[in-house]
Design a protein around this ligand. Structure first.
Ligand code: GDP
Ligand code: NA
Ligand code: MG
Length: 409
């Protein structure tokens, strides 16, 4: 049986391939729903980028006071079998980054490339993949897609248009409200493969029992994301502990888009910055604002730590010590911190995927039926261009089919 990780990894690769593919046009066919991704939501400087970095276990994100994150960053984590860590950007596909300080610089430069060195924001995402070997002791590593977003603000500052407050909110909403499904557009191949079209039609009724991708001899022309009304993403709602939870932008938005709280993870940062004599137990123990998932308290690096280049390993150790020795939070220490949050998230993701498998199968079968009807109507296959990228997609599809079936066994 395929592990859940291999399934997630594959879907991640397909999601990534989606963005590589350009728009080749053609008819749309819904083939399956993408995995949910995890979006980080909260007010400016609440610690979103810090939390994300800590969950990943790598230092690579620009962070600091003020508006630092000005474009969405779509981060995919991949496990590899050996070797050492590296990162790749979609905008620089053949360049391997092995030094994570240069990853951070590239994110900053690539942000400026679109927005200028201003305080402007852009909703054009930066796509980054981080590859890390299995079994690294110092890394929390799960195959996940995480999205870092600009922080919600209340007023425009010097150099920003008045619309920025609304623009950021709309951008953030687009990542947490809409259900994104991956749509494959494909056409059957021209001769000499034409004859195989029949094979496809007669054997494609059951995805689970045939390598219909192959038999279809189809070429994927386009993959795009389609919105639906059903929400999909997991919300990492970040609130700083040194502000009243009732004023949290993250909770306000999460409550609106996920009233039942089933896809919201409440994260409380800056526990170390609370006023003396106060503590966050009411929030962490779910009395202030109840969510379906437990709240997780976090202590990220302070600005002074950032200035001193305190690394991730030291930061993790400091966070663990903070909770273990805390008079207030000691009894919760095994359920606090970024490492625990990462485990919680991957466990949740696994549950979501398992629940989703039947509907994915149903969707695939429905699509095949629709495709058959369409082919009956059109009659003839259409010639296509086929490039290396298209081939890659087809390979991914085949791999998906294989893992998918193994998983069902
Ligand atoms: P973002 O704007 O929400 O992405 O927040 P950043 O991660 O960029 O952090 C903003 C500032 O808050 C930085 O100076 C961080 O060092 C600081 N910060 C974030 N989390 C914590 C925390 O838990 N404790 C302390 N002391 N500072 C934090
Ligand atoms: Na910030
Ligand atoms: Mg940020």
């Amino acid at each position: 049986m395929a592990t859940m990780e291999s399934l997630i990894g594959l879907v991640n690769r397909i999601q990534r391939a989606c963005t590589v593919l350009g728009d080749y046009g053609g008819e749309g066919m819904s083939l399956w729903e993408a995995l949910p991704s995890v979006a980080v939501v909260g007010g400016q400087s609440s610690g979103k980028s810090s939390v994300l970095e800590s969950v990943v276990g790598r230092d690579f994100l620009p962070r600091g006071s003020g508006i630092v994150t000005r474009r969405p960053l779509v981060l995919q984590l991949h496990k590899i079998d050996g070797g050492s860590d590296y990162a790749e950007f979609l905008h620089a596909p053949r360049k391997k980054f092995t030094d994570f300080a240069s990853v951070r610089k590239e994110i900053a430069d690539e942000t400026d490339r679109i927005t200028g060195k201003s305080k402007q924001i852009s909703n054009v995402p930066i796509h980054l993949s981080i590859y890390s070997p299995n079994g690294r002791a110092d890394a929390i590593f799960v195959n996940l897609t995480l999205i870092d977003l600009p922080g919600l603000t209340k007023v425009a500052v010097e150099g920003q248009p008045e619309s920025i407050v609304e623009d950021i909110e709309n951008m953030v909403r687009s990542y947490v409200e809409k259900f994104v499904r991956v749509v494959l557009v494909f056409r059957t191949l021209a001769p000499p493969f034409q004859s195989q079209q029949q094979t496809f039609i007669s054997s494609s009724a059951q995805v689970g029992s045939s390598k219909w991708w192959e038999k279809a001899c189809c070429v994927v022309l386009k993959i795009y994301e389609q919105e639906s009304t059903e929400p999909n993403s997991i919300i990492l709602a970040i609130s700083p502990a040194n502000q009243d939870i009732a004023t949290s932008d993250a909770i306000k938005l999460a409550r609106e888009v996920d009233p039942s709280g089933e896809r919201t993870f409440g994260v409380l940062t800056k526990l170390d910055l609370m006023d003396k004599g106060t503590n966050a137990l009411d929030v962490l123990e779910g009395r202030s604002y109840r969510l379906q998932h437990p709240w997780v308290g976090i202590v990220n690096r302070s600005q002074a730590d950032i200035n001193k280049n305190v690394d991730m390993i030291a930061a993790r150790r400091k966070e663990r010590e903070y909770f273990e020795t805390s008079p207030e939070y000691g009894h919760l220490s095994s359920k606090m911190g970024a490492e625990y949050l990462a485990k919680l998230l991957s466990k949740h993701l696994e549950t979501v995927i398992r629940q989703r498998i039947p509907s994915i199968i149903a969707l695939i079968n429905k699509t095949i039926d629709e495709l058959n009807a369409e082919l009956d109507r059109i009659g003839r296959p259409i010639a296509v261009d086929s490039g290396a990228q298209l081939y890659t997609i087809l390979e991914l599809c085949r791999a998906f089919d294989r893992v998918f079936k193994e998983h069902l066994d």
